[in-house]
Each structure stands twice: as C-alpha cells, then as structure tokens.
Unconditional design. Sequence first.
Length: 139
Amino acid sequence: MKSYRKELWYQIPTRRAFVNITPQVQACLSESGVREGLVLVNAMHITASVFINDDEAGLHQDYEKWLEELAPHEPVSQYAHNRTGEDNADAHLKRQVMGREVVVAVTKGDLDFGPWEQIFYGEFDGRRKKRVLVKIIGE
C-alpha cells in the first residue's frame, strides 16, 4: 500500500472565505500515484474547515449568511473565549458546524465524487497562513 502526505498552505486576505481546493487535491492524487484508495483532506487549524458541496456562488452567500446568524462575529464581547484577548470565538463555532475534514474515495486514479461535489477550504479567521493536510492511502 502507498502512503502520501502533503500540506497545502493558504493565506486568505479576508476574515472569511470559501476556496475551491479540488484542483490542488486532484494534483496531490496524481503525484501520489494511488489509483484505488482514500483521500483525507483536513483543516489543520481550529478556525478553518474543509467540506464538500457545490461550487455555486449563491450557495456560498447562503452559507455566509447562515453561519453569521448562528455565530455572529459581533459583538465580540458576547463570547467568553474572547476574554482571552482574541476576537475569533465565532470562527471556532463556524468551524465546528462546517467540519474539520473530508474523506473521498479514489477510483481509477480520480476523486470519486457525486454530481456537483467539490472540496472547499472554509476560512473563518483569515489574514494569516494556515495549512490543509492531504493524506492519501491506497494502491
């Protein structure tokens, strides 16, 4: 069995964003040489997420609105976590809702997606470098 590991680094200039990272993950899969197996894609920071969904701008706007209603950024004083000097408690909560990682099957050297599925990096407290782990195992 083969094993492959790579870190993808992102520095989002805004507090929040959704980035389609499917091409980078597919490139990792090609590099790995794995034809049948599994790909794990994991946000390595507690204020970012990785999730699978449609690459549709309206949906992303809906996510932004929904997440802000669930865990509004302001007032920052509403969160006990922010008493530590941080202002990102909402980002931790948004990450919890959107998820830490995804696993995708690999079949015949390709990501085995359903219709419209893509992999996204969700940033909820940007403006600094963060990484995403890609781990691939298989034959």
